[in-house]
Design a protein around this ligand. Structure first.
Ligand SMILES: Nc1nc2c(ncn2[C@@H]2O[C@H](COP(=O)(O)OP(=O)(O)O)[C@@H](O)[C@H]2O)c(=O)[nH]1
Ligand SMILES: [Mg+2]
Length: 425
C-alpha cells in the first residue's frame, strides 16, 4: 500500500503563510490526530491544530481534498499555517509523529502521473511553470499543462494506428480476397504524417528556445567592445572592461528578457590566435558557444575595415563615437544606436519564438523522440510493399511518440524527470 507523504510547499524560511501539503491514504487520519476534524471538501476551515500532547501549534486554514478528485488522485490536504520557523518545525514533528513521511522532490506530481491525473508532458509542465521566469515560458508551460503537447502527439498516434491497421491487414490476409495493394493504400496517410512530423521538427527549436532561452553570442577581435556591449545589454557590470586585449578569457553568460522571452547572451574571449594556453581555451569555448547560438553578433569598431561575415551573422560596428559624422553603428560611450539594436534584437527573438501552433518539442527529450519517430516512418515509407517490415517500423514510430506522454519506457525516464522537481511539488 502507498504511504502518506507531506512536504512544505512554500519556500523554506520566514513568511506570511507556509503551506504544507499532505497526500496518501492516511491523510484523513493524520488530520484528525492534529485536530482538523469536520472538514468540508475543498473548502477552507479554520482549525486549532495541536501536537500529540494536545498543545496548540497554530490556528490554520485546512483544505481537505478527498481522492480521486484531487491533484494527486489520493486523499490529500493543505495546511495554510502562519509562516514562522517554529510553527513549521513543530507541525513537521507532529505530522511525522502521526506516521507520515517527508516527500521526495516531485513526489506529489509523480503520484498524479501514476494515478493517471497527468501524462508525462503535463508533469514536466508543472516543473516548467514553477521555474518560469518570463511570460513566454509561463504561457508555454500552461498550455502544455493543459494538454496542448499531449494532443498533438495523440493525434499523430491515432493516425499511425490507422496506418498500422492497414499494414497488418496486408500481413494477416496475404492470400485472401483483399483489395489489391492494401499496403499501398496506407501511402497517402503515411506521407501526410511524414510531412507533419517534418514540419514539427523544423520548428522544434522554438519550444526549447522559449523554455531554455534564445542564445546570442558576441564575437569579435579583442578590444572590439564585446564586454562593453554585454554589460549594456544585461544592464550591469558583469564583464570586466579594460583597454588590454585578452581581458575576457572565458565565456561569461548573462540573462535578459526581450519581448517577454528569456535570452542568454554570452560575452566571449576575443577570437585571435594566441600562445597563451588559458586564452586559447577561452577562444575555443567562445567558438563552441557561438556555433550553438541562435544568433551571432560580430563586433568590429567603425575605425577598422568591415570584414565579410557569413550569412545570418550580424555585423555590428562599435565605437561609433570615433566617427560621429558617419552615423553608423553603436557606441557605448555616447549611447548611439543602442536602442535601435535592442529593438532589432527583440524583433529577432520574438520572430524565432513565435508560431501559430503549439511547438511539438519543448524539451530536448521530445525532439529526440520526434526525430526517432520520423526516421522509423521514413523507413516504413521506403519499404511499404513489404508490409511486415513496414508495420514494424510504424510500431516503433508509435512507441517513440508514446514515450513523450510517458505511456512506455516509463520507469527509465521517471526518476530523471521527477528528481528535478522541487520538494512539495
Ligand atoms: N570610444 C569608445 N570606446 C569603447 C566603446 N566601447 C568600448 N570601448 C573601449 O574599448 C576597449 C575594449 O572594450 P571591451 O568591451 O573590453 O572590448 P572586448 O575586448 O571586445 O571585450 C575599452 O577600453 C573600452 O572602454 C565605445 O563605444 N566607444
Ligand atoms: Mg572582453
Amino acid at each position: 500500500m502507498t504511504d502518506t507523504i507531506f512536504a512544505l510547499a512554500t519556500p523554506p524560511g520566514r513568511g506570511a503563510v507556509a503551506v504544507i501539503r499532505i497526500s496518501g491514504p492516511a491523510s484523513g487520519r493524520a488530520l484528525a490526530q492534529i485536530g482538523a476534524t469536520s472538514l468540508t471538501a475543498r473548502r477552507a476551515s479554520l482549525r486549532r491544530l495541536v501536537d500529540a500532547d494536545h498543545r496548540e501549534i497554530d490556528q490554520a486554514l485546512v483544505f481537505w481534498f478527498p481522492g480521486p478528485a484531487s491533484f494527486t488522485g489520493e486523499d490529500s490536504a493543505e495546511l495554510h499555517l502562519h509562516g514562522g520557523l517554529a510553527v513549521i518545525e513543530t507541525m513537521t514533528a507532529a505530522l511525522l509523529h502521526t506516521g507520515l513521511r517527508l516527500a521526495e522532490p516531485g513526489e506529489f506530481t509523480r503520484r498524479a502521473f501514476e494515478n493517471g491525473k497527468l501524462d508525462l508532458s503535463q508533469a514536466e509542465a508543472v516543473a516548467d511553470l514553477v521555474d518560469a521566469e518570463t511570460s513566454a515560458q509561463r504561457d508555454q508551460a500552461l498550455q502544455q499543462l493543459g494538454g496542448a503537447l499531449s494532443r498533438r502527439y495523440e493525434d499523430w498516434r491515432q493516425r499511425l494506428i490507422h496506418v498500422l491497421a492497414m499494414l497488418e491487414a496486408a500481413v494477416d490476409f496475404p492470400d485472401e480476397e483483399l483489395p489489391e495493394d492494401v499496403a499501398g493504400r496506407a501511402r497517402p496517410d503515411l506521407d501526410a504524417l511524414l510531412l507533419d512530423l517534418e514540419q514539427a521538427l523544423s520548428e522544434s527549436a522554438r519550444g526549447t528556445r522559449i523554455r531554455e532561452g534564445y542564445r546570442i553570442a558576441l564575437t569579435g577581435a579583442p578590444n572590439a567592445g564585446k564586454s562593453s556591449l554585454f554589460n549594456a545589454l544585461v544592464e550591469r557590470d558583469a564583464a570586466i572592461v579594460t583597454p588590454i586585449a585578452g581581458t575576457t578569457r572565458d565565456v561569461i553568460e548573462g540573462q535578459l528578457v526581450l519581448g517577454g522571452r528569456k535570452v542568454l547572451i554570452a560575452d566571449t574571449a576575443g577570437l585571435r590566435e594566441t600562445d597563451d594556453v588559458i586564452e586559447a581555451e577561452g577562444v575555443a569555448r567562445a567558438r563552441a558557444w557561438a556555433a550553438a547560438a541562435d544568433l551571432e553578433l560580430h563586433l568590429v569598431p567603425v575605425d577598422e575595415p568591415p570584414p565579410a561575415v557569413p550569412d545570418g551573422v550580424w555585423l555590428i560596428r562599435t565605437k561609433a563615437d570615433l566617427r560621429p559624422n558617419d552615423g553608423v553603428g553603436i557606441s557605448i560611450a555616447s549611447g548611439h544606436g543602442l536602442a535601435a539594436l535592442r529593438a532589432e534584437l527583440t524583433a529577432a527573438v520574438v520572430a524565432a519564438t513565435s508560431g501559430s501552433e503549439f511547438p511539438a518539442a519543448t524539451q530536448a527529450r521530445h525532439a529526440v523522440r520526434l526525430r526517432d519517430a520520423h526516421q522509423h516512418l521514413e523507413r516504413a515509407a521506403h519499404h511499404l510493399h513489404e508490409a511486415e517490415l513496414a508495420s514494424e517500423d510504424v510500431r516503433l514510430a508509435i512507441r517513440a511518440l508514446e514515450a513523450v506522454a510517458g505511456r512506455v519506457d516509463v520507469e527509465a525516464v521517471l526518476d530523471v524527470i521527477f528528481s528535478s522537481f522541487c520538494i512539495g511539488k
